[in-house]
Design a protein around this ligand. Structure first.
Ligand code: SAH
Length: 268
């Protein structure tokens, strides 16, 4: 039998944040390989009785590829369940290449990434009109070096929203890079650990100066997203530039303006 391997984004943790497509594939899977250190096991409960469910946390990449290959010979649908979105720090291509080489069909189902889940958990927005319209998803160099031009200091110079993955144990590097790029030490920083995990999520708000100490106090040393953004705290700002799309004075394809033009700012 020539089965197909699906790389499915499990989302950030809450099984309800899996896509409908991901859930349907899990429900029909003959074999599931899940990233146990980051994917809540509850997600695998969608797999049918008799499905072979394997945690990949103690496996090497070669062992995972071999397992997926072997299962694809026995089952029509094989699922590799990955945290968040499979295309972000997911070793996706390393796993798909051996499948392609062996003539096994594969496809990717996107997932809710932890950056989105972290901002949602905190009631924050990634973009805000005339504040920032750009989001950078990045990390700092750990054992994996950063390619030229991508060090955090250079990226932070844009003063956009920065979602920093895989870096909670390197918070001092984040602090240094932001300060070197000209951010104020009072600039707000958000850290969310286990965003969306039922009963385990932790939200820490601080500034560049004190975020490290606050995370130490909360014993946050893994599975955490760091967000630096000029949008943080906007829910409490006294003045806000409105989004044009919902402005009564703004006409677009689906709605005619109902109020005189030139209302662009509003005091809440
Ligand atoms: N593909 C994943 C990222 C995998 S790399 C995604 O799209 O989210 C692992 C890193 O993701 C962790 O170091 C942490 O920075 C972040 N992460 C994963 N799950 C998280 C969660 N539930 N809450 C906060 N950060 C999370």
């Amino acid at each position: 039998m020539a089965g197909k391997v699906w790389f499915v984004g499990a989302g950030p943790g809450d099984p309800e944040l899996l896509t409908l497509k991901g859930r349907r594939l899990l429900e029909t899977a003959g074999a599931v390989l899940y990233a146990g250190s980051l994917v809540d096991q509850a997600t695998t409960l969608f797999a049918p009785p008799g499905c072979e469910v394997r945690d990949s946390k103690d496996m090497t990449l070669e062992e995972m590829s071999a397992w997926l290959l072997e299962q694809s010979r026995r089952h029509a649908c094989v699922v590799r369940l990955q945290t968040g979105d499979p295309g972000l720090y997911g070793a996706l291509i390393e796993m798909t290449r051996p499948l392609t080489a062996a003539g096994v069909d594969w496809a990717v189902v996107p997932g809710v990434s932890s950056a989105m889940a972290s901002m949602a958990a905190a009631g924050e927005t990634l973009t805000l009109p005339e504040v920032t319209q750009t989001v950078i998803l990045t990390r700092v160099a750990g054992r994996t070096p950063m390619p030229p031009g991508e060090d955090l200091e250079a990226l932070a110079a844009h003063k956009t929203t920065l979602c920093i993955y895989l870096s909670i144990t390197l918070l001092h590097k984040v602090q240094e890079a932001l300060l070197a790029a000209g951010w104020s030490e009072d600039a707000p920083i958000l850290v969310v650990q286990k965003a969306s995990w039922p009963n385990e999520e932790k939200i820490v708000r601080g500034t560049i100066k004190d975020i490290k100490r606050k995370c130490q106090n909360e014993k946050i040393a893994s599975q955490a997203m760091i967000v630096a953004s000029p949008t943080l705290g906007a829910a409490d700002w006294p003045d806000l530039i409105r989004s044009k799309l919902y402005d009564p004075a703004f006409t677009h394809r689906f709605r005619k303006a109902s109020a005189p033009a030139a209302i662009s700012t509003e005091t809440l």
